[in-house]
Design a protein around this ligand. Sequence first.
Ligand SMILES: C[S@@+](CC[C@H](N)C(=O)[O-])C[C@H]1O[C@@H](n2cnc3c(N)ncnc32)[C@H](O)[C@@H]1O
Length: 224
Amino acid sequence: MPDEWSDQQFAEDWDSGGATKHPVRKEHLDILLSIISSNYSSGKYILDLGYGSGQVEEMIYQRIPDARIVGTDNSDVMIRLSKKRLGDKFSKLTVINHGLENVESLKLPKVNYQYVISVQALHHLKHDQQKDIFKFAYNTLEIGGSFIFIDRIALDIKTFEKPYKAIYENMFGKAFEEYVKDIAQKEDYPASPEEHIAWLERIGFKATCLNKKFDRAFIVGIKA
Ligand SMILES: C[S@@+](CC[C@H](N)C(=O)[O-])C[C@H]1O[C@@H](n2cnc3c(N)ncnc32)[C@H](O)[C@@H]1O
């Protein structure tokens, strides 16, 4: 069963607690924030694909009050939650309600994009759709701009079951079998970091995986 972002209860549960259940999310958001806050050029734009309830935007505005951000999402519920979270800062954000499976029809303000980011928003899309989004990110960015992609990745559980089980149980204090069952029933298409990097390089990015822990990776592509 896919995640139900248009369901009020599902979205509220994720926003109020589910998001923080994975210990690596905080680590990756800290890295994202430190990269952006030390390199952002005033007046340029950040595009956030699948910006959700505005958790990342709240953090960016705390560090860079004048940051210019365009956020896209296709869940009215998540967009409403972002309005509530951001309060008077919501008016600074340009929100576009659009589905990422049709990224080619996404019309953006014509401005300079220094960053395109996407956090935990693409792994349920088919690989060809993810590649189209990477291409869209490349075409959107200015030269020297960065695509920062943080998401769940595919694990080869069949081959590496024992070490993954040890890591998972150490990290979460829960039985690994629960995780395996949970991801098996999701209709997701995560890819490995190696696949993501190959897709990015084929498009023209210089790409690397900056950090990987268990099933989460932090990947960056620079438009050289
Ligand atoms: C796990 S949440 C992450 C939200 C935000 N990026 C964050 O990390 O706080 C995933 C978000 O992606 C959005 N999303 C999922 N599929 C989408 C699609 N096909 N088009 C646009 N947004 C989508 C959902 O509505 C949800 O807000």
